[in-house]
Design a protein around this ligand. Structure first.
Ligand SMILES: Cc1cc2nc3c(=O)[nH]c(=O)nc-3n(C[C@H](O)[C@H](O)[C@H](O)COP(=O)(O)OP(=O)(O)OC[C@H]3O[C@@H](n4cnc5c(N)ncnc54)[C@H](O)[C@@H]3O)c2cc1C
Length: 400
């Protein structure tokens, strides 16, 4: 069984998974969601994250389907988890320097791996799942082969990485981002920061042997193997939130192309605001790591993008594939485009790539469009999730 067998990269697969999960999204999810039954056995959670990560299916679609079957009260826990994703995305959008600092620190940690033999050996053993801790080794191997880990396993794994193996958290976040099919700059970086005690300042997440034994149904019992303390790691203080980027309006008089990228593969709302005549889909190959991502990550994104192109190509006259900035500029020149529209890429490698495109002297106007769901939610990501949570009823009311 491969990662792509487990997560077929199509919208149809996502919709089937959603409808199979909806009956379980109420009280059953609240009661069972913390159990990690092992590779390929994650039936108590939705396993929708690879699909919502690239928006083959959207948060609004998931919430609407769940609320069609359950009350807000009985599905409260699941709804909150979906909004955790929204919250992390908005939080980082309003503090982009946290992503920049992570990338800077990661490069430094990677330099240290290359120059310090002891660190390199410990990092290699952790990534290969070759430590003395059986549960940790199993999760490392599941991640590498399946591109997915249960949320509780991610928490335990990150905690052991930081506090027991005493490896820099940035290297662990990088290991996740290179292998997770749902690898996401906001959810991943901020979750690792949370485990390490940087996100909720001074509060760390400590993995405990009894908790692991209970929630893995006794598959693992790492008694005596885990760190007994978890002192917060040092790092950049949390910066104050800045205003969301103001996006200039689309000029409906200009010949328009749509640039499709893997941060949001459901560009239907863009067609409501602009009338693109040509579509170009671009693969932004890396930008997350000094190392290459696992092949299944690129394969999933490429296939998911093709799936999206197949759904939208009838709405434009021409379709082109791009692999580089130059390919995009050639497409824009060939099609004589006055403007390129796209779903707004959130903070991360795609946004960095688009910033380079926007400042190129030969590029036409670039017009990212913010999804109404993000526009409504992100202004609330000012401080903690507790404050954000108060906006959830209003955000749900706006779904239709
Ligand atoms: C160290 C660490 C790293 C993580 N890295 C990522 C990452 O790179 N990408 C990612 O999407 N999630 C990440 N998460 C969050 C979470 O583990 C996954 O979203 C979740 O396990 C996905 O599985 P699921 O779809 O079955 O979730 P479900 O339990 O079915 O939840 C439904 C949806 O809600 C969202 N969600 C659930 N839990 C969380 C959470 N804690 N934070 C944010 N969104 C959540 C996801 O979009 C998920 O698909 C990380 C968590 C930790 C502790």
């Amino acid at each position: 069984m491969t990662a792509l067998d487990l997560f077929p990269p199509t919208r149809t697969a996502a919709l089937e998974r959603l409808s199979a999960f909806v009956p379980k999204a109420g009280r059953a999810y609240a009661a069972r969601r913390n159990y990690d039954h092992g590779p390929g056995q994650h039936g108590d959670v939705s396993t929708l994250s690879p699909y919502v990560r690239c928006r083959l299916i959207t948060e609004a679609e998931i919430l609407t389907a769940v609320l069609g079957r359950h009350s807000e009260k009985s599905a409260e826990k699941f709804i909150q988890e979906v909004f955790w994703r929204t919250y992390w995305k908005g939080w980082l959008e309003r503090r982009p320097t946290v992503w920049e600092a992570y990338q800077h620190d990661l490069r430094q940690a990677w330099d240290a791996v290359q120059s310090q033999t002891g660190l390199r050996d410990r990092w290699t053993c952790a990534c290969l799942g070759n430590t003395d801790i059986e549960c940790f080794n199993n999760w490392a191997q599941e991640l590498v082969s399946m591109g997915y880990l249960h949320n509780h396993a991610r928490m335990w794994f990150a905690s052991i990485w930081v506090f027991t193996l005493e490896l820099p958290w940035q290297l662990g976040a990088d290991f996740f981002l290179r292998h997770l099919l749902d690898g996401d700059p906001a959810c991943n970086t901020l979750s690792w920061r949370w485990v390490a005690g940087l996100q909720t300042v001074g509060k760390t997440y400590q993995a405990r042997a009894d908790n692991i034994a209970k929630y893995t149904n006794g598959r693992f019992r790492p008694r005596g193997q885990l760190a007994q303390t978890a002192a917060p790691r040092s790092g950049q203080p949390v910066p104050p939130p800045q205003a969301l980027r103001a996006l200039p309006p689309v000029d409906r008089g200009l010949k328009t192309g749509l640039l499709l990228h893997h941060d949001d593969l459901s560009p239907g709302y863009v067609f409501d605001q602009a009338a693109p005549v040509s579509l170009c889909h671009v693969a932004v190959e890396n930008g997350i790591s000094p190392l290459l991502p696992a092949p299944h990550v690129g394969d999933f994104r490429t296939a998911a993008t093709r799936d999206s192109v197949a759904r939208y190509q009838h709405r434009v006259d021409t379709v082109t594939e791009a692999r580089s900035l130059d390919d995009i500029l050639s497409w824009a020149a060939r099609e004589r485009l006055g403007q390129i529209v796209m779903t707004e890429p959130p903070v991360g490698p795609v946004a960095a790539f688009m910033d380079r495109l926007a400042t190129h002297p030969d590029a036409p106007l670039l017009r990212p469009l913010r999804r109404p769901y993000d526009q409504a939610a992100w202004p609330h990501a000012t401080t903690g999730f507790f404050g954000f949570r108060k906006a959830i009823p209003d955000l749900i009311a706006r779904l239709n």
